[in-house]
Design a protein around this ligand. Structure first.
Ligand code: PGA
Ligand code: ZN
Length: 450
């Protein structure tokens, strides 16, 4: 087991300091909150930036980095990390894990062997202990992402934990800390919410991975969630009529409904019916996750035909992640709709640039663990935006109670978020955070047209 053995004196001293400083841990007190309340006016962003930047200028030093093996929403081991900074603050984060991982994302490290069916995280923790922590301890916290090297389940946990620690040191919630240097007014994202699952997230169903509700007429985040809840409830009722109660209560990896039988069009019919029953003005998004599909080009013809028959506004990964020419053609054929690259772009700035240059896709899914660090993800998102592409911050199918992704979507003003269905607490952790940021912190809602 990758344990605490081998840690340096600085780390031990740091732990003592942390232990002594826990009670005095800095939190965003009333004064800090008053100073930098989010504002409806862009002009105030400049004020927020000025107030955030000095805090960044006096970066505290990392005094400890510890990891532990925890479990994700599929029950598989993943990496938990706590980063300790001088002054008694810490940041904690848990790494998520994909099932339909693309070939171009930074790979995660699993143990292999019999323990936890090969998913163990001990090897990853050895990397954290032996390579990552020694490189970071004693360095300014702002340097962390630039020094990170290793498997994605280590780097993303450390990167996120360090960002949380820096935000705590600055006395700011994570979203506000991240918003500082972007120059963009923080906004609440429009959610794309999973209703039906297939593919790798619901083996035994069809090949298409995700059918999502897009509440594009909602005027607030709370209204968006309420409307989607209605749709899911109606969709579950339709499933119950067809396949019985058990089929309607079992949930797939992201909390969505799953149908057996391998029909890829049926979820679209049921979702369209469910939306009609609610009376809400809503559209549909699909994630084909075609990298996992045997004959993606044949499926694309079907997808294009569906777009004429159903209210589909967004199509993700309609082709596999190395078919650049196919993507250019697909983006043309799906014109007028959002065409999202997930596995295609793998949150890589270089791949996003190629997409923009060639016309492959017009929107980018941003998953921090695909690129490995928060700053890598921020850079890709900023580039995508500057190239006129829409951006969607996304969780993974194996996720945790860590709600950081909500703060990233808000702080980076991504415009959209995709974290799964409105069931299962690893999904609701994110929605509940966003509901709070709307109700209590009064962050404005971006809406679909943002
Ligand atoms: P993954 O799925 O986390 O299993 O990769 C999410 C997605 O494809 O959007
Ligand atoms: Zn996807």
């Amino acid at each position: 087991m990758a344990g605490p053995a081998g840690r340096g004196a600085a780390d031990r001293a740091g732990r003592r300091q942390v232990a002594a400083g826990v009670l005095g841990q800095r939190r965003p007190g009333p004064a800090a909150r008053d100073r930098i309340q989010p504002s409806e006016r862009d002009a105030d962003v400049a004020v927020v930036r000025q107030q955030v930047e000095p805090a960044r200028g006096t970066a505290p030093v990392v005094i400890g980095v510890r990891g532990w093996e925890c479990l994700d929403s599929r029950g598989n081991p993943t990496v938990g990390c706590v980063v300790y900074l001088e002054g008694g603050v810490e940041g904690v984060a848990l790494a998520p894990a994909g099932a339909s991982t693309g070939r171009f994302e930074r790979p995660a490290l699993h143990d292999g062997g019999a323990r936890y069916a090969g998913f163990g995280a001990r090897a990853a923790l050895h990397v954290l202990d032996d390579r990552v922590a020694p490189a970071l301890v004693g360095r300014p916290a702002t340097d962390v992402d630039g020094l990170l090297d290793g498997p994605s389940n280590v780097t993303v946990a450390v990167s996120l934990a360090a960002a949380r620690a820096r935000a705590a040191h600055a006395g700011l919630p994570l979203w506000q800390y991240l918003a500082g240097p972007t120059g963009h007014r923080p906004t609440l994202p429009c959610p794309m919410v999973n209703i039906f699952s297939g593919g790798r997230h619901a083996e035994g169903g069809g090949v298409v991975q995700d059918y999502l509700a897009v509440p594009l007429a909602a005027t607030s985040f709370a209204e968006a969630i309420e409307q989607v809840w209605d749709v899911r409830r109606n969709a579950a009722a339709l499933v119950e009529q067809r396949a019985g109660r058990l089929a309607a209560v079992l949930v797939a990896d992201e909390g969505g409904l799953a149908l057996s039988g391998g029909d890829d069009e049926l979820p679209l019919q049921l979702l369209t019916d469910a939306i009609e029953r609610t009376g809400h003005s809503m559209r549909i998004a699909i994630d084909v996750a075609a990298t996992q599909v045997e004959k993606p080009a044949a499926l694309l013809d079907e997808v294009v035909a569906w777009c004429d028959r159903y209210p589909v506004v967004s199509i993700e990964d309609p082709l596999s992640d190395d078919d650049w020419d196919g993507w250019v053609d697909a983006t043309r054929r799906l014109a007028g709709r959002q065409v999202v690259g997930d596995d295609l772009f793998a949150t890589s700035a270089e791949r996003v640039r190629r997409g923009a240059d060639t016309g492959a896709g017009n929107a980018v899914l941003v998953k921090p663990n695909q690129v490995g660090t928060l700053s890598g993800a921020a850079e890709t998102l900023a580039l995508a935006r500057s190239l006129g592409m829409r951006t969607i911050v996304s969780a993974r199918s194996g996720d945790t109670e860590d709600d950081a992704i909500a703060d990233l979507a808000v702080g980076w003003a991504a415009g959209q978020i995709k974290v799964g269905s409105v069931t299962r607490s690893e999904r609701l952790a994110k929605y509940n955070r966003l509901l709070r940021l709307e109700e209590i912190d009064r962050i404005p809602y971006a809406g679909w047209d943002a």
